[in-house]
Design a protein around this ligand. Structure first.
Ligand SMILES: [Zn+2]
Length: 266
């Protein structure tokens, strides 16, 4: 996802007739930022189909505005346990009943039945006959919405706010308290000159923001990031900025916001 690669992808997309983009949320967000920066508009994309990573509402809205279409995200894993997707009316996830059995469990391993409660996704797959998993704990979490979608009237288990392994989403403050990345997410010009960024943390109270920047990245931009993030974090974490050429994916091929290496449990 460097500038040259992204120009190439966009030229290719421009040659297509009506099409769908099947993407990772982080990669389509980068592509959208690039297209916006280059003032490129689209009218041939029917929908963006995203999966495998956390989806952040502000990123979804931004991608929809750039590609001028609806963004649908779906949930699944390579173990082929359970799958879920959005319907035509809402962004909540409808669990597919013929693919696998999904349970949302609280800390005491009880099935969650109260709307708004968050639990761990535990799956029993129906389609993987080579290596069946029974009540496999995914380490992913979601909020329980209900057993029925009022918008489309389909009877599915409905969940929302799916989040991958929680520790990757948290920063650890000096006093060892956790600060959720979603609470830190910036909606202003903080990351304007940035294509991709990630927090790296190996010590409570200290974090490095790794930045992959667009061509122009001034000392001023760097200072703006440090100031804005420090303020947002209420100076509970000392931040610095390091410019890097590449921000690698995790061993499982996922893109995360916080590369968390401190010894604190989620
Ligand atoms: Zn629905």
């Amino acid at each position: 996802m460097n500038d040259k690669g992204m120009s190439h992808y966009i030229s290719h997309i421009k040659t297509l007739k009506d099409c769908f983009l099947h993407v990772y949320p982080s990669s389509i967000y980068q592509l959208a930022r690039f297209a916006k920066k280059e003032n490129i508009t689209f009218n041939n994309i029917k929908a963006v189909l995203a999966e495998s990573e956390n989806v952040y509402p502000e990123q979804r809205t931004f991608v929809e505005s750039v590609f001028n279409c609806r963004y649908y995200s779906s949930y699944g894993h390579s173990e082929k346990l359970v799958a879920a997707g959005e319907c035509e009316h809402t962004a909540d996830y409808h669990v597919w009943p013929t693919y696998g059995y999904l349970e949302l469990l609280d800390e005491n391993d009880n099935v969650i039945t109260e709307k708004g409660q968050v639990g761990e996704i535990v799956g029993t797959g129906f389609i993987n006959t080579v290596m069946p998993f029974i009540r496999y704990k995914t380490g992913d979490f979601a909020e329980y919405v209900g057993d029925y979608c009022e918008a489309c009237q389909r009877h599915h288990l409905i969940i929302k706010n799916i989040r991958g392994h929680r520790i990757q989403e948290n920063l650890v403050a000096r006093d060892n308290s956790l600060i959720s990345w979603t609470a830190v997410n910036m909606h202003d010009d903080t990351f304007d000159d940035v294509l991709q960024y990630q927090f790296y943390q190996d010590t409570p109270g200290v974090a490095v923001i790794k930045i992959r920047a667009s061509k122009v990245f001034s000392e001023e931009s760097k200072q703006r990031i440090i100031n804005n993030i420090s303020n947002k974090l209420q100076h509970r974490i000392e931040v610095s900025v390091a410019q890097v050429d590449d921000i690698p994916l995790t061993e499982r091929g996922k893109s995360i916001f916080v590369d968390q290496k401190t010894n604190i449990s989620s």
